[in-house]
Design a protein around this ligand. Structure first.
Ligand code: A3P
Ligand code: MG
Ligand code: MG
Ligand code: MG
Length: 394
């Protein structure tokens, strides 16, 4: 529902849930007409087409920046954040670029961004050289896209664009959610990583884009053989109610993708983090064994796992962080819609849907599991039993 509140003659539009329009306190017929036109045009943009096009453009440009850095990776490009996790010039550059492109492409919308990085370390004396390098990377990447006739960005513009990502998100209004490089450790190893961008509207993920520059266009599932000649670089995108598509980052025509429909766990392979510090590998093995999964785990970094799952490369993703770790929304928002629009289900370990409306963190029970609709009941049972066994053996 759209409510238009026209007190003092200024129409204020609030989205609620069902498509019904209410107009209160209208001052004049003219005000009412303006309000209806405004509501209708806002409502038609609920197809999120403009937002999706902007998100694809932003993520593709960010991928271009990241590819350049990964090729030339220098030791000086890697810093350690206060929590000791790595951050590179590409994480900062990607965040600045996505923030800048979204604001430019969607000038009529109020802009709120929940993103992983902040500019704190770059504003210090010790960060000046890195900041110069990031600024150059962002400008060079923008110059590769003919549509930005902007003057060169100054370092201060880059800092400001990065800091747009400080929003707290929540259950009201629209918020972009960005992981500028998900899987920074994979990025540093030369392995998988993703630029993950999603849009929340009233607390729900309504679109998501995953750029995976190192993911082969062909399946990476269980028996697939990979060679250095495989074409890589995938762009997954999904819109609520409209399915999930994949195209190459070079710009091939999109194809619709679907999760695996297997009901037989013996045929199902499962994905998990490459990093044992990010997910309990022993617990996943015990769940997979209970379920009857025969294939060994496919371990890769980042939300590329959600992308691979959305096109049926495997059938299950298991993620069980060590005790006390709190999952962030940017690590799952884009991946979640990519997989659910392809027919999958993503829940916490207790079977609750993932709730992205609570701010920067996900509030969940024990872990995240993803599979198709048919396998979910038996997977949940195996998870419950394995968790009970793990607790009773403590
Ligand atoms: N101890 C931990 N447990 C679970 N996840 C962690 C973690 N430490 C970092 N992470 C998150 O795991 C993400 C990578 O996921 P994956 O293991 O699937 O590659 C990281 O994203 P960034 O690389 O964006 O920081 C980070 O947010
Ligand atoms: Mg991440
Ligand atoms: Mg990241
Ligand atoms: Mg990080």
């Amino acid at each position: 529902m759209v409510t238009i509140n026209c007190s003092r003659g200024v129409p204020k539009i609030t989205y609620l849930s069902t498509p019904k329009i209410t107009i209160t306190n209208l001052f004049s017929k003219r005000a009412s007409l303006v309000a209806i036109v405004a509501a209708a045009s806002s409502f038609s943009s609920m197809s999120y087409d403009t937002e999706l096009a902007a998100a694809k453009k932003a993520a593709s440009l960010a991928a271009r920046l990241c590819q350049k850095v990964q090729k030339e990776l220098l030791q000086s490009d890697v810093q350690s954040k206060s929590d000791k996790s790595p951050v590179t010039v590409a994480d900062y550059g990607s965040q600045a670029l996505v923030s800048f492109v979204l604001e430019r492409e969607l000038p009529s919308e109020s802009f709120s961004l929940v993103a992983e990085e902040d500019s704190g370390d770059l504003r210090k004396e010790s960060g000046q050289e890195t900041l110069q390098r990031i600024t150059k990377l962002v400008n060079d990447t923008l110059a590769t896209d003919g549509s930005f006739s902007v003057p060169t960005l100054a370092a201060e513009d880059v800092l400001r664009a990065i800091d747009c990502g400080k929003s707290e998100g929540g259950s009201h209004g629209r918020h972009w959610v960005l992981d500028p490089i998900d899987g920074t450790k994979g990025f540093l190893r030369g392995d998988q990583y993703a630029i993950a961008l999603a849009l929340l509207d009233e607390g729900k993920v309504v679109l998501g884009v995953l750029a995976c520059p190192n993911l082969p266009l062909a399946s990476i599932g269980g028996d697939s053989r990979h060679s250095s000649h495989d074409e890589v670089g995938c762009l997954f995108f999904a819109k609520v109610g409209a399915g999930t598509y994949m195209q190459s980052l070079d710009g091939s025509s999109p194809i619709k993708v679907h999760v695996s429909t297997t009901e037989n766990p013996e045929e199902a392979s499962f994905f998990e983090s490459f990093e044992a510090a990010h997910s309990l590998h022993d617990l996943s093995s015990s769940i997979a064994k209970k379920l009857g999964v025969k294939a060994p785990p496919v371990r890769i970094d980042s939300q590329a796992k959600y992308g691979a799952l959305s096109r049926g490369d495997g059938a299950i993703y298991l993620r069980f962080p060590h005790k006390g770790y709190r999952e962030k929304i940017w690590d799952h928002a884009a991946g979640c819609i990519v997989v659910t629009e392809a027919g999958g289900v993503a829940t916490d370990a207790a079977g609750n849907p993932l709730d992205f409306s609570k701010g920067r963190y996900l509030d969940l029970d024990t872990g995240i599991i993803v599979t198709n609709q048919k396998l979910m009941p038996s997977l949940l049972k195996a998870v419950r039993e394995s968790l009970e066994e793990a607790t009773s053996s403590l």
